[in-house]
Design a protein around this ligand. Structure first.
Ligand code: ADP
Ligand code: MG
Length: 309
């Protein structure tokens, strides 16, 4: 069985408002799955359903091949969007308490907390009160608590919001490590930055509907347009440009280089290969730069959303 979690045809309504309209996702084992979409898309609602905080109006959730049950929560670590720790309790005391709630023995909880506090370089915080910590610091503590009992499935709702770039990077690296260690990870985000590096799979949700999902590499293949970005150094650039315009569909390129050369994007016809383009260029210019234009997840997202507007 390939998928650790399957959500099938989920509908969720709040009064007359439909927050999830027939949304399905499949999360393959030991992968990182990004649930993407603007604010208000329905991401948190879906994560809350998977965590059995709210029930769907229609649809089913399967965990490990069986219908999701209340006692599956022990296999799930959840970092909710609204971060909540007891403000007046000390960090270490609270972490221990929450770890014990997740079924860890006092000894194991202490060992693992020590390990994680060291790994995230927050050992000095043990005796601080939560209210003394900044938002980002408290979020680090909550991240540790989420992963501590080594659940099969980790769910992070907007894990990077509230972090500065350095700590956001640190959390990103930890998420990648957790996957290497065998965890399956589902996270939501309305910002596309870290998505490329992290996600094996994505689903795009917009206004309660899933617009797109699949393996990131497959989606990119589907959205690429046989377009290449070239940097050319020619004796007579004006003539070269003219020859290119007669032969190909050309547009401006966005890349920067230290060469003061001709920078273009060239879109090939479906039956043309980059080798045809290189052959054409070889006798006419020195090629400084030649890469295929691969759309970013952000480009794909914007394109899909505008098409469905
Ligand atoms: P996202 O996490 O993608 O930003 P949410 O899932 O939090 O979006 O919310 C999706 C929509 O559902 C929003 O319009 C929100 O106002 C609405 N919504 C979420 N929870 C409730 C609720 N308990 N009652 C009424 N409306 C809700
Ligand atoms: Mg949300």
């Amino acid at each position: 069985m390939e998928n650790l979690l399957v959500a099938e045809n989920i509908y969720k309504r709040f009064g007359k408002f439909t927050a999830l309209n027939n949304v399905s996702i499949n999360i393959p084992r030991e992968s990182i799955f990004g649930l993407l979409g603007p604010n208000g898309a329905g991401k948190t609602t879906l994560l809350r359903i998977i965590n059995q905080i709210t029930m769907p109006d229609e649809g089913k959730v399967y965990f490990d091949g069986k219908p999701l049950r209340p006692d599956d929560v022990v296999h799930i670590g959840y970092l909710p969007e609204e971060r909540g720790l007891y403000k007046s309790m000390k960090v270490g005391e609270q972490a221990l308490y929450l770890a014990r709630l997740k079924g860890l023995s006092k000894h194991d909880a202490k060992e693992r907390l020590k390990y994680w506090f060291k790994r995230l370089e927050i050992e000095g915080w043990w005796d601080k009160k939560i209210q003394e910590l900044s938002k980002g610091m408290a979020q680090k503590v909550q991240f540790v608590i989420t992963v501590l009992h080594r659940p099969k499935l980790l769910i992070f709702d907007e894990p990077f919001s509230g972090f500065d770039p350095v700590n956001a990077n640190l959390i990103k690296d930890e998420i990648l490590k957790l996957k290497e260690e065998g965890a399956t990870i589902l996270f939501s985000t309305h910002r596309m930055e870290s998505v490329e590096e992290l996600c094996d799979y994505i689903a795009l949700i917009h206004k309660s509907n899933k617009l797109l999902d699949g393996r990131v590499s497959d989606i990119k293949k589907e959205y690429k347009s046989n377009t290449f970005e070239v940097g050319l150094d020619a004796v007579d650039e004006a003539t070269l440009r003219q020859e290119l315009e007669e032969r190909f569909q050309i547009g401006p390129a966005r890349f920067k280089s230290i060469q003061d050369d001709l920078k273009l994007t060239i879109k090939l016809k479906a039956d043309e290969s980059p080798n045809d383009l290189i052959r054409f260029l070889l006798t006419r210019a020195r090629i400084n730069h030649f890469v295929e234009v691969i759309p970013s997840v952000n480009d794909i997202f914007i394109k899909t959303v505008t098409q469905n507007a």
